[in-house]
Design a protein around this ligand. Structure first.
Ligand code: ADP
Ligand code: MG
Length: 477
């Protein structure tokens, strides 16, 4: 078996454990470089910052799977090999092997037992209707989801058919809606399924003559989510059975949510009656949000992850990753990983490199021209970032309030401006709402003290630490 074939088998098994998105993010442009006589397998990684991540999250699992495929492997080592790219013969095209549209396997998620013996794919806790950033392109579908969540089965949005390209938030919205239904009424029974699951269970039921149990199971639910309905397998029979399930639920006033990468008319279904059923409620298309919203999505993810990345870096990512939200977030996650594990601040340059890496066949990007490179951090940028970090408006920070929630960010900015940007106390005072230099000096002292006092200011110092590291990163440019 060639190294490439072996690596593909390993990654394929791994994708069941960690999911396709992680595989694409962390295994793209990697390769087995060598397996020596003592069984040490050396895997090449394209970038330094992959190293910690692999070691921490994937080394053990990868080794175990490798040993399943080749018993003589004894250990797994990594080597950074900058040359690894799609052009390198040792590297395979992961996107070809794990295409987005076909054969996507759901990551192995634990199953939850539901009330009357039903099992469902665990709803992903990260998805909520609140953390979905709404834009003109998604307003309608978001509103429909909100309506469904309030009154499942009772609105004109039944079925709710959400369609659009990959990575635009369909699964997010469908799951978030179900979660919201559950939050409003924990006794509701939710079933998240895909067509593959439905078809397999049906075939099994036919063979073991347990069709009644199968039907009962699917007919007991209050909210039925079929994610990625385009993967209809064994069309005729599955469709027929699905049609009856659909009708039953629909007529009993149960909510049905369907997601698909294409519209009902474009689904190549055998029967037209299912297509017209799909269209009988609300059909909402989801499109890629505009650049401004993409930036807002990135900012909100940074807040969630409590990381601090300069706006101009996020803007670069938002403007250049315009195909799918998922791949845009992939770039952000890699930036965050770099920051968390290598303490290397996200810069325009590192973001540009990642964007290139993530855009298939991308040409060298023009945005690395010298005038676009970072200039040093200004106090205004500090103000922007710190205010966003603490979610307090700039006006409040520079204003007169002496409330603790406002004082802290104000002092933090003054401290950073003095100790990291070396600005004069007078200048800082003027910019921060015309304060005099002693106020600034006191603020700097206060933060310095809190930084030193482990007991009183652990949290502050943790937060500050991140900012200091980030600023250090900027200065080392
Ligand atoms: P799809 O099912 O359409 O392929 P997903 O629902 O899996 O896409 O979304 C991909 C990723 O993008 C998820 O992590 C999701 O949370 C995120 N996402 C997409 N749109 C938004 C949005 N408007 N606001 C916040 N996160 C979003
Ligand atoms: Mg999906």
């Amino acid at each position: 078996m060639s190294y490439k074939d072996l690596w593909l088998s390993i990654i394929t098994d791994l994708s069941d454990e960690i999911g396709r998105a992680n595989v694409i993010t962390w295994y793209k442009d990697t390769a087995i470089l060598n397996i020596d006589e003592s069984g040490v397998m050396t895997v090449g990684l394209p970038l330094v910052f992959f190293l910690d991540w692999h070691k921490k999250h994937y080394q053990q699992t990868t080794l175990q799977i490798a040993q399943k495929h080749m018993a003589r492997i004894t250990a797994l080592e990594y080597q950074i090999e900058g040359k690894l790219s799609q052009k390198d013969e040792r590297v395979m095209d992961l996107l070809k092997h794990f295409p987005e549209k076909t054969g996507r396997k759901l990551p192995n998620q634990p199953l939850v037992k539901l009330k009357n013996g039903l099992k469902s794919q665990l709803l992903n806790a990260r998805y909520s209707l609140d953390n979905f950033i709404v834009s003109p392109e998604t307003r309608l579908v978001h509103a429909a989801c909100m309506a469904v969540a309030q009154r499942p089965g009772e609105t004109h949005c039944n079925p709710l058919f959400i369609y659009g390209g990959v990575g635009l938030g369909k699964t997010h919205l469908a799951q978030a809606t179900a979660r919201e239904v559950l939050r409003n009424d924990p006794t509701k029974v939710i079933l998240v399924a895909n067509m593959e699951m439905f078809a397999n269970e049906m075939i099994e039921a036919i063979q073991s003559k347990t069709m009644k149990t199968f039907r009962d199971k699917y007919r007991k639910v209050d909210v039925f989510i079929i994610d990625d309905v385009q993967f209809v397998v064994n069309k005729g029979k599955t469709e027929e059975e699905f049609f009856h399930t659909f009708n039953y639920l629909y007529e009993s006033g149960k909510q049905i949510i369907i997601t698909s990468d294409r519209s009902p008319q474009e689904l190549s279904l055998v029967s037209d009656r299912l297509v017209s059923r799909f269209q009988s409620g609300m059909t909402a298309q989801i499109r890629m949000p505009n650049a401004e919203t993409r930036l807002a999505i990135l900012q909100s993810k940074c807040r969630e992850a409590q990381v601090f990345i300069q706006d101009q870096v996020l803007e670069l990512v938002a403007t250049h990753m315009e195909q799918s939200v998922r791949s845009m977030l992939g770039v952000l996650n890699q930036l965050i990983a770099k920051y968390e594990f290598e303490h290397e601040a996200a810069t325009l340059k590192s973001a540009a490199a990642l964007i290139e890496l993530n855009q298939k066949g991308a040409k060298p990007t023009p945005f690395l021209s010298p005038q676009n490179r970072e200039s040093s951090v200004t106090i205004q940028e500090l103000l922007d970032s710190v205010s966003r970090y603490y979610t307090i408006s700039q006006e409040e920070i520079t204003g007169t309030s002496r409330h603790r929630e406002v004082m802290l960010p104000r002092q933090v900015i003054m401290f950073l401006a003095k100790t990291k940007l070396n600005l004069s106390l007078n200048h800082i005072g003027r910019t921060m709402g015309n304060r005099n230099h002693t106020t600034v000096m006191n603020a700097v002292d206060r933060i310095k003290k809190s930084l030193n006092s482990i007991v009183s200011s652990f949290v502050i110092s943790m937060q500050l630490q991140r900012k200091l590291e980030w600023l250090n990163g900027q200065r080392l440019q």
